[in-house]
Design a protein around this ligand. Structure first.
Ligand code: NAP
Ligand code: GCO
Length: 267
């Protein structure tokens, strides 16, 4: 097989959750450029309708669903509708996620549970919905969008780090349990990416200076920049394509080197 064909997603059906904007949108766009048919979901009709226009402007005939990934019934209905109208799902990207930046002692358990439900439990729900079809066809790709917080902690993100650490291990477990059916489940661990989720960390200060956290990330990243959703397009196509058929249970960190670097020395 020619190497360009190994990276092709021609005629594949891809579902990217939470792909109304941000990282999910960029991944879905990359899949479409590689030949896949795109389905995506989010909770807000406004977000979905705006996203459909944005996909159309890029020549992508995406199918959008209003579906909360924590709701098993909504997920089952969405997956069944995609299978009926687009074909069985070949590629699932568990991308939908939220973060709440609250010191642990100030975080109530319901807030903690909500983050874990969306950032971890939903990947269990989504994967359970698509795995039977993948098993039947002896072929499938699941990509879980993990995080640097799958490896590191920091103040105020206890729920998020717990969820993303769990998502790393769920990735490895799906790979272990279903690898025999030619199903590959891997993760992508983005570093700090400029999206609405991280906008508060990059807000310009009243005196016009960069946000302290923004400066901190720049000092900790060898690439000396924030990532962009576009930085994730190539790695996602790799993990969604036949080029990665013998890669399973791995987390591919797309982080500009931040996890490898102790940080810029003072002076
Ligand atoms: P974002 O800009 O906040 O977008 C999140 C998307 O998920 C939105 O489309 C949102 O749409 C959807 N969503 C949230 N909860 C949902 C639910 N319960 N059901 C369905 N859709 C839901 O986030 P992002 O920065 O693109 O991040 C995407 C993923 O990458 C997340 O898992 C995040 O944890 C992870 N990540 C981000 C970074 C980063 O630096 N940005 C780094 C590492 C990992 P609705 O609100 O309309 O539902
Ligand atoms: C934060 C950020 C991070 C990024 C990402 C890093 O508050 O520290 O939001 O969590 O979103 O997960 O990989």
């Amino acid at each position: 097989m020619e190497i360009k064909d190994r990276f092709s997603l021609e005629n594949k059906v891809a579902l990217v959750t939470g792909a109304a904007y941000g990282i999910g949108f960029a991944i879905a766009e990359a899949f479409a450029q590689a030949g896949a048919k795109i389905a995506f979901n989010c909770r807000s009709r406004e977000h979905m309708e705006t996203a459909l226009k944005n996909y159309a402007e890029k020549g992508i005939d995406a199918k959008g669903y209003i579906c909360d990934v924590t709701d098993e019934e909504q997920v089952r209905e969405m997956v069944a509708d995609i299978s009926e109208k687009m074909g069985e799902i070949d590629i699932l990207v568990n991308n939908a996620g939220i973060i709440r930046r609250i010191p642990m002692l100030e975080m109530d358990v319901e807030e903690f549970r909500k983050v874990v439900d969306i950032d971890l439990n939903s990947a269990f729900i989504m994967s359970k919905a698509v795995l039977p079809g993948m098993i039947k066809r002896r072929k499938g790709k699941i990509i879980n969008i993990c995080s640097m917080m799958s490896e590191l902690g920091r103040e105020t993100v206890s729920a998020y780090a717990a969820a993303k650490g769990g998502l790393k291990m769920l990735t490895r477990n799906i790979a272990s349990e279903y690898g025999a059916y030619n199903i590959q489940c891997n993760g992508i661990g983005p570093g700090y990416i400029a999206t609405p989720q991280t906008a508060p960390l990059r807000e310009c200060q009243p005196d016009g200076s960069r946000h302290p956290f923004d400066q901190f990330i720049i000092s900790k990243t060898p690439a000396e920049r924030w990532g962009t959703p576009e930085d994730l397009m190539g790695p996602a196509v790799f993990l969604a394509s036949e080029a990665s058929d013998f890669v399973n249970g791995q987390i591919l960190y797309v982080d500009g080197g931040i996890l490898a670097y102790i940080g810029k020395q003072p002076g």
